[in-house]
Design a protein around this ligand. Structure first.
Ligand code: MOS
Length: 694
């Protein structure tokens, strides 16, 4: 359905009807003849060794087909490197008797039904040799700054001590964010089956080709004989590349020689799906009397599993938003006996922008400069760390439009003055930025004799609206109405393509589709008729990557929030939020707005609600489920408006910039800054729970 609004048409999701009528099927509900069910057993200790897996009594239980564990599991190849470094050892299941954290996979029970598998899994006795563990993350932990090569290194320029001495104002503060979990609504689920030496996996993931390649490597089979499909995905947020569920399903299917499905439980997702590390961040800002920055020092610390290095790159915002004569950023990691951390929506930028944009607000107060004017005063001419020119930088345009619509000019900067009954009212703002990238992808576009077109690309739509956006991109390139274009995605058989990650999916896939359409046009120009199998144009953008000029490429945004703080209960209510973004070309306003609003909602949740609590004695989480892990509910979420300014980018052949994550960036800081404005109290530790307000 297409509804025109102004000059830009909005398009509801092409798979929307299938989703709301239940016709869309997800990995955990797709069946096949002979299907057996695997149920995972995870460790109850936080560190030690498995002494024995008492599988005999369980094997005699009704319906049980196998109990797979380190003593009998097929050997896997976990000794390889992909684009992101070495695989998380969590996924290389059952290869040794070590337990590095609570919630580590220790056995898989396969049975005829999920109920039988679960009952047997819960009855399985595992004996451990426990060792002392350490899960306590705090500011005093010694950290290391040795990061994997794909992550930023420490950056430094200028003389920190000298510039601090010359600064009229100095903010030196420590900010903390808690452990946060993505926990998408649809759990991680996969069904695997072997047929004539070929492996087929029905999965829920962010990149079917990525998963196929990892599985092929791990099980030492030819990638060409592995097919992974992931038609519909109920949320991912960074947690759905290779995880244990795919490996377990394949291993189970190998052992019982039948198709096997494995679905993680909500609790298991809290240790096996990756999560955002807690952070401790020190920000030092030194400024002249007028607020111009002499010093920007952002030092962040995160934790890691002892078995897997992943860096929450909290200082990324500082590397692009503001320059200073002395500029320093570093991320340090602290290995502990905890589950592997990983990608979670707006990795690094979400916690980092909370610290940096709170510090900017503290500086604004100190220098008595309006927070927006302070940011305008510190607009860099080139990338503060890279030195590269900006491809486009419309941050101030976002602030201008946002300030106008939010009514910022009427704001009295003094805190603690506005009262409405028992509520203190305040407003706050923060800047946002997110990197823009593109990665090689392949695509085909087939022209059929009936005048329709089929696009095939191993894209993923984890609820983002990507499938719909790609339909519009293809239709525009083909110069036909969208209803003549069918976009098939999420099948590893369509070839290599970027995963749905780093806000790079639609940009990367869009470029491949446009290129394939170009190829198709040439083929069509040379042919008289379209044969029954159609005519197919192809693209592989890996050769085009070098044609993009080297630039500082980011999306930008200005976040605004109004809060009310109940001084008797400590409750913080967000009354309204406004986000104005500069994010290149917006392909589909309807789903784009949803992406921004979704990110901002997550920022609200981060500011006020979320925070997993780890039990130091047992090393596991207290309340590892959606009852114990508190997230914003409907009643917590007010009117959230998101819109955008034009952001043309002259030297960019794609023009799309990616919108999946920036909505999350800066949102928590805008709320925190509003809470300060309401109460005069600065909160440097998230979430701002009532007990912290009182
Ligand atoms: Mo995202 S956290 O790059 O899927």
């Amino acid at each position: 359905m297409t509804t025109p609004t102004g000059s830009t048409a909005v398009h509801s999701r092409v798979e929307g009807r299938a989703k709301v009528t239940g016709a869309a099927r997800y990995a955990g509900e797709i069946s096949c003849p002979g299907l057996a069910h695997g149920w995972l057993v995870v460790s109850t200790i936080a560190r030690g060794r498995i002494l024995s897996v008492e599988s005999d009594p369980v094997r005699a239980m009704p319906g049980v087909l196998a109990v797979v564990h380190h003593g009998n599991a097929p050997r896997l190849n976990g000794d390889y490197t992909n684009l992101l470094g070495r695989p998380d050892p969590t996924t290389v299941v059952f290869q040794h008797d070590r337990v590095p954290y609570a919630g580590w996979p220790v056995a898989l029970v396969v049975a005829e039904t999920p109920e039988q598998a679960r009952e047997a899994a819960e009855a399985l006795v595992i004996r451990y040799d426990m060792e002392p563990h350490d899960v306590a993350f705090h500011a005093g932990c010694p950290g290391t700054a040795e990061n994997p090569p794909y992550l930023h290194k420490e950056t430094a320029k200028g003389d920190m001590a000298a510039e601090l001495a010359l600064s009229a104002f100095v903010v030196d503060a420590e900010y903390t964010t808690p452990e946060e979990h993505p926990s998408p609504l649809e759990p991680h689920a996969a069904m695997a089956r072997w047929e004539d030496g070929r492996l087929e996996i029905v999965d829920s993931n962010q990149g079917s080709r990525w998963v196929a390649d990892e599985i092929a490597t791990m099980f030492s089979v030819d990638p060409a004989s592995v097919r992974v499909r992931s038609e519909h995905v109920g949320g991912a947020f960074g947690s759905k590349l290779l995880r244990v569920h795919q490996v377990l399903a394949v291993m189970g299917a190998s052992v019982v020689e039948r198709p096997v499905r494995v679905v993680l439980t909500r609790r298991q997702m809290f240790s096996l799906a990756g999560y955002r590390s807690p952070t401790v961040q020190r920000v030092r800002l030194g400024a002249d009397v007028d607020g111009r920055l002499r010093v920007l020092d952002h030092q962040a610390q995160c934790l890691n599993a002892s078995v897997h290095r992943f860096v929450e790159q909290s200082t990324e915002a500082a590397q692009v938003l503001y320059d200073a004569d002395a500029h320093h950023t570093v991320n340090r990691v602290v290995p502990l006996d905890v589950p592997s951390t990983g990608w979670m929506r707006a990795p690094g930028m979400a916690p980092g922008s909370f610290a940096l944009e709170s510090a900017l607000d503290e500086l604004a107060e100190m220098c008595a400069v309006d927070p927006i004017a302070l940011r305008a005063r510190n607009e860099p001419q080139t990338g503060p760390v890279s030195g590269l020119p900006f491809s486009s930088r419309r941050l101030l345009a976002c602030f201008e439009e946002g300030a106008r619509r939010f009514g910022w000019a009427r704001r009295d900067p003094r805190p603690g003055l506005r009262r409405e009954g028992r509520w203190l009212l305040g407003t706050g703002t923060a800047a946002a930025a997110f990197p823009v990238g593109v990665a090689p992808s392949t695509a085909t576009v087939t022209a059929q004799a009936d005048g329709t077109f089929t696009v095939r690309i191993t894209a993923s739509d984890p609820g983002t609206g990507a499938r719909t956006a790609l339909t519009l991109i293809a239709a525009e390139a083909l110069d036909v109405p969208p209803d003549r274009v069918r976009v098939l995605i999420a099948d590893s058989g369509y070839g290599r393509a970027m995963v749905a990650g780093s806000s790079m999916g639609t940009r990367s896939w869009g470029w491949a589709i446009k290129t394939a359409v170009g190829d198709l046009r040439e083929l069509l120009a040379r042919s008289q008729d379209i044969p029954p199998q159609g005519i197919t144009g192809r693209a592989d953008t890996s050769t085009l990557m070098g044609t993009l000029a080297k630039r500082e490429r980011h999306t930008y945004g200005a976040q605004f929030a109004e809060v009310a703080v109940d001084v008797t209960s400590g409750e913080v209510r967000v009354r309204r939020m406004l986000g104005i973004f500069a994010a290149g070309r917006i392909v589909n306003p309807l789903t784009a707005r949803s992406q921004f609003v979704g990110g901002m909602t997550w920022g609200l949740s981060m500011a006020l609600h979320e925070g997993a609590v780890r039990d130091r004695a047992f090393g596991d989480l207290v309340g590892a489920d959606l009852a114990g892990y508190h997230i914003a509910a409907n009643a917590d979420v007010p009117l959230i408006e998101a819109d955008w300014v034009d952001d043309p980018d002259d030297d960019d052949p794609i023009g799309i910039k990616g919108i999946g994550e920036i909505g999350n960036v800066g949102a928590a800081a805008a709320i925190t800054n509003a809470v300060w404005h309401a109460t005069g109290v600065r909160h440097r530790d998230l979430p701002i729970r009532p007990d912290r307000v009182l």
